[in-house]
Design a binder for this molecule. Structure first.
Ligand SMILES: Nc1nc2c(c(=O)[nH]1)N[C@H]1C(S)=C(S)[C@@H](COP(=O)(O)O)O[C@H]1N2
Ligand SMILES: [Mo]
Length: 406
């Protein structure tokens, strides 16, 4: 027989075993080829996402929305961004899942089953804005390493669960408690069981807020696997990295939590502004807490065309971390003049708010619609890129869409 690069008989028998059928033309299959039937399904099918979502990375999975996909007031799973630092836990057994409370400041270490969390604590539902601290990173110059998010790493779903506060009070903690740190069941990319992909947390003041949930459902259903099934923290208005997924342990700490991605430059920005490209020492980096004011035009889609004489209706969402958005303006002349949009109140604290306007254009041609939100302290979004920082966090520049009047 000729020595060609075809799969060996023994390997074929093995593959046929896993596929559950003979590979009829197996002898013709190139060496090293993985039959489609053995490849993972595409991520859209795997995670029940819209095909219009944009995949940034597959190891780990990271996927973002586009502005027009985020048009719903409550974000459905199919348009919700995914940000994973490690490997999604495999073989989750909900019935035997436990959440353990420990740490220097816990009164007594204690574990709970999901069933206990669901039945022994009062459930609350809030719509909560989760935005990745790195959303908008792709615009920074000099560029920052990390996922090159454009505008789509933000969501606002309805989360149901118990208040983290009720759980912390149930287990009891000492006066010296300053922070909680979370631990999830996801696996480090190296598959080294001694390493955690991420283990962040929040100060007690945030942990004890009414809206900080330990959620077991999203939009009225079990949390989708990619978003933290069966249990996740949801701390709206803060970088979404604080909202740990697949939670199986929470440590009540007598110091700022020092888990993976809490230290160095992770999820930190320079405490004082720096020049673009400047090196910043770790001790001059501060942990990001509340996210800055921001907005997104979700309708129409950039590139829209309407006929001269027609009004263009625009709409979108605005959010401001711990604060409320007070005002939303739009400009069609590159920020020279601004006009007000109508702006709704949030459904609850820490939920994004809807805005809309009906715009008249003076004549045919190319325009850009810019949207600018102002928070309750009077701080507005910058029109273009805000302060550069080494990791490319907190880009809250005005969102802009291009439109043509024909
Ligand atoms: N256990 C665990 N929790 C996690 C992460 C992770 O990788 N593992 N990623 C964090 C980051 S950086 C973000 S932005 C959000 C993303 O939440 P989502 O994937 O549900 O949109 O989850 C956070 N919680
Ligand atoms: Mo993130």
């Amino acid at each position: 027989m000729q020595r060609r690069n075809f799969v060996k008989k023994s390997a074929l028998a093995y593959l046929a075993g896993i596929l559950g059928a003979d590979i009829v033309y197996g002898a013709k299959m190139p060496m090293g080829y993985v039959p489609l039937g053995l490849q993972e399904p595409d991520p859209f099918t795997l995670f029940d996402k819209s095909k219009e979502m944009v995949v940034l990375n597959d190891r780990p999975w990271n996927m973002e929305a586009q502005a027009h996909l985020l048009d719903d007031a409550v974000t459905p799973n199919q348009f919700m961004f995914i940000r994973n630092n490690g490997i999604i836990p495999e073989d989750i057994d909900v019935d035997n899942w436990t959440l353990t409370l420990d740490g220097e400041s816990v009164k007594e270490r204690k574990s709970y089953t999901i069933q206990q969390l669901k039945t022994e604590f009062k459930p609350y539902t809030y719509q909560l804005t989760l935005e990745c601290g790195g959303n908008g990173r792709s615009e920074f110059d000099p560029p920052a390493k990390g996922n090159q998010w454009t505008i789509g790493a933000v969501s606002c779903a309805r989360w149901t669960g118990l208040r983290l506060r009720d759980l912390l009070e149930d287990v009891g903690f000492n006066d010296d408690a300053v922070y909680i740190g979370y631990h999830g069941a996801d696996v480090h990319l190296s598959r080294n069981p001694d390493k955690e992909p991420i283990s962040r947390g929040m100060p007690m003041a945030k942990a004890l807020q009414d809206e900080t949930l330990l959620a077991y459902s999203m939009n009225g259903e079990d949390i989708p696997l990619a978003h933290g099934f069966p249990l996740r923290l949801v701390a709206g208005g803060w970088p979404a990295s604080v909202s740990g997924k697949w939670i199986n342990r929470i440590s009540i700490r007598n110091q700022v939590h020092d888990g993976a991605k809490m230290e160095g430059s992770s999820y930190r920005v320079p405490c004082h502004s720096v020049a673009p490209g400047e090196k910043v020492a770790d001790e001059d980096m501060c942990i990001i807490e509340s996210m800055p004011v921001k907005s997104l035009i979700t309708y129409p889609k950039s590139g829209a065309m309407i006929s001269k004489g027609e009004k263009m209706n625009i709409r979108g969402h605005a959010w401001a971390g711990e604060l409320e958005v007070d005002k939303l303006d739009y400009s069609i002349d590159f920020g020279a003049t601004w006009r007000p949009c109508s702006l709704q109140k949030p459904n609850n604290r820490l939920a994004w708010q809807q805005f809309s306007a009906s715009i008249d254009f003076p004549k045919k041609g190319y325009y850009e619609v810019w949207a600018r939100a102002t928070d309750s302290r009077g701080i507005a979004q910058p029109m273009v890129l805000p302060g550069w920082n080494p990791k490319g966090y907190l880009n809250n520049a005005c969102h802009r869409i291009a439109v043509k009047i024909v």
